[in-house]
Design a protein around this ligand. Structure first.
Ligand SMILES: [Cu+2]
Length: 467
């Protein structure tokens, strides 16, 4: 009897939990209300079966409980009962599958008036591409992928010249206009998922998968990867902004085209050197840094990383936290070099400065640090060389005291906590694997032994595998 009561109590609790739970679906922001309908239908079908089976079980426990004077009857065949069971389960399973198949059919049949965008997944980032004025995507080939051409566009294809590539994991869509999303992957299996759109799909290397949606609600929606795609999977986040038609056109007009990106003149190192005069007071004339002024060595720093940091300082994404007294010092100097050409020349000049040897100020157990570093190496490179593909900068040759401060700042959210920071949050999560001061010292002691010689090795290899 007690067991029968327990079964019924559990059943009631389960049903109540479902009905009263505060964890509902996120607000729907696309035309795929039909997906919600199937989710609800699935709940009804499985819910009714759950209730029926549990009540039947409780009833059996009571009705057929032990009785000395009763014998069980062996009755293996009951054609009538079996016909009922087979019939009912067929009906239930069909109710689960048929609506899904019908909706799937719609999901992959793109309406003619839809415009197109491309989303590319990469460990652990998102890129967006828009076809530009001609409405046609240029040809792409994984063999052409490089630091300057992360999506591997063919520079000789006329259709690709006006394509717009968005390097930050932030895509824009106009509201109320159907859009076809073409999905590609640069490396491994990823999955594009925006919960509010009720739409997701795998992205496979070497293939273009697609579906369509009509965004129906203006807002900013989280984009996550829904396939376990390696060590940084959980950090593969982005956002999709649904905006009005005018805002979309205005945003699109601000983005440089592929031809514009390609046609930029070679950086002028002499001009870069002149602009660097602004930085010497703190970072030194050879970019060797100055610990007394809390300024790290920057000689040889990758141009893409320097540009991102300068932009972050300028936009208040880095150096704006009230506790970031060192980052704050950079803000006026980053603003000083805001002109895009100035910034490019300066970043190129810093990149070609010969590396300096930095003094080691932190001791720790490099052997335990090595174990910790295995995770870090997935993004920063086995030799601390930095990998453009993962957006993680070189660590070899970076001042150890500066690294320590950055790791502590990531941990406390002084760095990487700004809502518009799409790269810092990865490090915030990662810095938490360093559970105490000793772990920080150990991993830094190991990074101190790295040479950074395997320059951006990972990318061409990945490209080759895509063929
Ligand atoms: Cu992924």
């Amino acid at each position: 009897m007690a067991i029968a009561i327990a079964v019924v109590v559990l059943l009631v609790a389960t049903v109540l939990f479902h009905v009263l739970s505060p964890w509902n679906l996120t607000p729907l922001a696309s035309n795929w209300g039909a997906i919600d309908a199937t989710i609800n239908l699935t709940f009804w079908v499985t819910g009714l079966v759950l209730i029926a089976v549990n009540l039947f079980m409780a009833w059996c426990i009571v009705r057929y409980r032990y009785d000395e004077n009763r014998r069980a009857l062996y009755e293996p065949e009951d054609k009538k009962l079996e016909a009922w069971l087979v019939g009912l389960s067929t009906l239930g399973i069909a109710a689960l599958l048929v609506p899904g198949l019908m909706i799937w059919n719609n999901f992959v049949h793109v309406p003619e008036e839809a415009h197109e965008i491309e989303v590319v997944g990469s460990q652990w980032h998102w890129y967006f591409r828009y076809p530009g004025e001609d409405g046609v995507f240029g040809r792409s080939d994984p063999r052409l992928i490089s630091d300057d051409n992360p999506l591997g566009l063919d520079p000789n294809d006329p259709a690709g010249q006006d394509d717009i590539i968005v390097m930050t994991p932030r895509g824009y869509l106009p509201v109320d206009r159907p859009v076809k999303l073409n999905l590609r992957s640069r490396d491994v299996l990823h999955n594009f998922k925006v919960a509010n759109f009720r739409a997701k799909m795998d992205m496979l290397p070497g293939q273009v998968s697609y579906f369509w949606i009509t965004p129906t609600r203006i807002g900013e929606y989280d984009l996550v990867c829904a396939q376990l795609c390696g060590i940084g999977h959980f950090a593969m986040r982005g956002s999709v902004h649904v905006v009005s038609e005018e805002d979309f056109e205005a945003w699109l007009a601000r983005q440089p085209t592929f031809a514009e990106l390609n046609g930029q003149r070679e950086p002028d190192l002499a001009a870069g050197q002149r602009h660097y005069a602004n930085c010497i007071a703190c970072h030194g004339n050879e970019g060797q840094g100055n610990q007394l002024l809390n300024s790290p060595a920057i000689a040889g720093m990758e141009a893409w990383y320097t540009k991102r940091q300068l932009a972050y300082f300028r936009e208040g994404i880095r150096g704006a936290h009230p506790d970031d007294e060192y980052g704050r010092q950079m803000v006026p100097f980053a603003t000083l070099v805001a002109d895009p050409q100035t910034e490019r020349d300066l970043a190129a000049y810093i990149e070609q400065m010969p590396p300096v040897s930095v003094e080691q100020t932190i001791t720790g157990n490099a052997r335990s640090g090595e174990r910790l570093y295995r995770t870090c190496g997935a993004c920063h490179g086995r030799d601390g060389e930095g990998i453009f593909g993962t957006k993680a900068p070189r660590l070899a040759g970076l001042d150890d005291w500066y690294q320590k401060r950055q790791l502590q700042h990531f941990q406390s959210g002084v760095r990487g906590g700004h809502p518009d920071d799409h790269y810092g949050p990865q490090m915030r999560d990662m810095s938490k694997i360093l559970v105490n001061d000793e772990a920080i010292r150990n991993v830094i002691a190991y990074i101190n032994t790295l040479t950074g010689h395997e320059q951006s090795r990972a990318l061409p290899e990945l490209a080759g595998r895509n063929d």
